[in-house]
Design a protein around this ligand. Structure first.
Ligand code: C5J
Length: 232
């Protein structure tokens, strides 16, 4: 756990300070745990990244997902990707840099970052149940051009447990969007990962700095501990 003090039952040992959540108003938000980011041959690797850096987040997310399913917490998965005709992919995104394959190009797991292709799907270890919400997003943030706000309002959600990849890109963007919309975000430190370990560290620091300017940060063990007493 991040904090050495003995946890108070039901309170998450988080930074910058402990936080108690109203569990029925809390959802688990899992960002972009897709083959395109996690596996060789996908979007992440075409950008020159070492995808093995992201594997460390899978087990902690799996533990949270199990706990959420066991306790009936709303689970929301997101997937970054684009329509086959690329009409929702801005040229500035498609054309940038010098990747080995661009968004929409055919790759070993189908067309890169295109909805419906194998690479766009969520990794088997964290595969959504039919009853869970899956949000397809064209951008980094999960609120931009999606139905996420409607889903959260429908279920009366005020708090988000946020995990996924990558810490400094889609996780951070989503947390910032959520913060502006009034949601309390607890970001799971070991349930996020980056291709760049230093960006992971700084991405978490940016969230919890200045009294938690964008939210709270806690590890999965601290959240599981708090859920155990609070949701049963
Ligand atoms: C990126 C993401 N890194 N899911 N997307 O392009 O963080």
């Amino acid at each position: 756990m991040l904090n050495s003090a003995k946890p108070t039952p039901g309170v998450i040992s988080a930074e910058p300070e402990p936080i108690k959540l109203d569990w029925p108003a809390t959802a688990l938000l899992i960002i972009d745990m897709q083959r395109d980011f996690m596996e060789p041959g996908g979007f992440g690797e075409t950008l020159g990244n070492d995808v093995s850096q992201l594997a460390r987040a899978v087990k902690p997310i799996g533990a949270l997902l199990k706990a959420a399913r066991d306790t009936g917490m709303l689970v929301i998965h997101t997937r970054e990707g684009h329509l086959p005709d690329l009409s929702d992919a801005p040229p500035a995104k498609v054309e940038r840099g010098a990747p080995s394959l661009r968004i929409g190009d055919p790759g070993p797991m189908g067309r890169i970052l295109i909805r419906g292709e194998a690479g766009h799907d969520i990794i088997p270890e964290l595969y959504p149940l039919d009853s869970e919400v899956v949000i397809d997003k064209p951008g980094k943030g999960a609120f931009y051009a999606t139905e996420l706000t409607d889903v959260l309002e429908k279920y009366g959600i005020e708090n988000l447990l946020v995990c996924g990849v990558t810490t400094e890109v889609c996780v951070n963007t989503t947390v910032r969007e959520a913060n502006d919309r009034g949601y309390r975000c607890v970001v799971i430190s070991d349930g996020c990962a980056s291709y760049f370990p230093e960006f992971h560290e700084m991405g978490l620091k940016m969230i919890k700095a200045q009294g938690g300017i964008f939210g709270w940060v806690a590890d999965s063990a601290a959240v599981l501990e708090a859920m155990k007493v609070s949701t049963t």
